[in-house]
Design a protein around this ligand. Structure first.
Ligand code: SAM
Length: 260
């Protein structure tokens, strides 16, 4: 079967059950993934469980699968990685949603910041549904186990004030004469006694117009660590990818051999 054999199916699944797939999922399996009778697909519940499922019946109207024994992962990584992303133009923001999901962030919190792009495009429920679909498609493509939690756009203050115990906040700011992200992260982890003491790494990335000095000062007052991503000014979407990758790698989260 071609790559991308993972399908998100948010229904209660039981081993050895034979289930008829909902119409839109049946279409995806039959017409997009081009599954055949006897093929195995992998059903994701989006909350950590993956079920191999054999296609036992398939025609133009129905696809029935027999559910196998699940593989459940308590968490993708030992640490939660949360991206707090300043609002960007729609296509850029959606690109960040997709890449952050592929990389395995636990949550994405859109930020309303002083210089964020006015949300002129789709807003409210319709936009959240579109964003959720982007997360789901990215999870199916990469075979991840957990959908990132997706917040609704909130002021940055909210993301700073809501930091859980054991959280570590990184604030990449191209204006600051700060230490590199990896070095800063390594020092912070050592100061706290080791990686086990870190429950969450929260990464703040600004909008196209960047963070203001006032926002950087506010973040520092809440314990966020200013870091640099190098001497070049990266686009927000590039910065998000770089910061997430550096943080994941610092915790060995990119070392895991594929568990498929
Ligand atoms: N002030 C920038 C400019 O002059 O174009 C715009 C900000 S940049 C496009 C968007 C965000 O990416 C920044 O708010 C920051 O979070 C991050 N960023 C980009 N380059 C960075 C760097 N070299 N070091 C740290 N953060 C960076």
């Amino acid at each position: 079967m071609p790559a991308g054999r993972f399908v998100l199916l948010d229904v209660a699944l039981a081993q050895d059950a034979e289930i008829e797939l909902p119409a839109e999922v049946a279409h995806q399996v039959r017409d997009v993934l081009r599954a055949s009778l006897g093929d195995t697909i992998h059903l994701l519940d989006g909350r950590g469980a993956t079920y191999p499922a054999e296609v036992v019946a398939l025609d133009r109207r129905h696809v029935v699968v027999r559910v196998g024994s699940p593989r459940v992962r308590t968490a993708d990584f030992p640490v939660r990685f949360v991206l707090c992303q300043g609002m960007l133009k729609a296509t850029k923001f959606e690109w960040v949603l997709q890449k952050a999901t592929e990389l395995g962030v636990s949550a994405i919190q859109p930020l309303l910041t002083e210089r964020a792009v006015a949300a002129t495009e789709m807003t409210g429920e319709a936009r959240q549904r579109r964003w959720q679909r982007i997360l789901a498609e990215a999870l199916e493509q990469c075979g991840g186990d957990r959908l990132p939690e997706l917040g609704t756009p909130r002021p940055m203050m909210h993301a700073l004030a809501q930091m859980p115990p054991g959280a570590l906040a990184l604030f990449p700011w191209e204006v600051a004469d700060a230490s590199p992200l990896r070095a800063t992260l390594g020092e912070a982890v050592a100061e706290r006694g080791g990686a086990h003491a870190i429950a969450e790494v929260r990464i703040f990335i600004g909008p196209e117009g960047g963070f203001s000095a006032g926002e950087a000062a506010l973040a520092q007052r809440h314990g966020a660590l200013l870091v640099t991503l190098g001497s070049r000014i990266l686009r927000a979407e590039t910065a998000a990818l770089v910061a997430i990758t550096l943080a994941l790698d610092a915790f060995g989260a990119l070392d895991a051999a594929p568990m498929r």
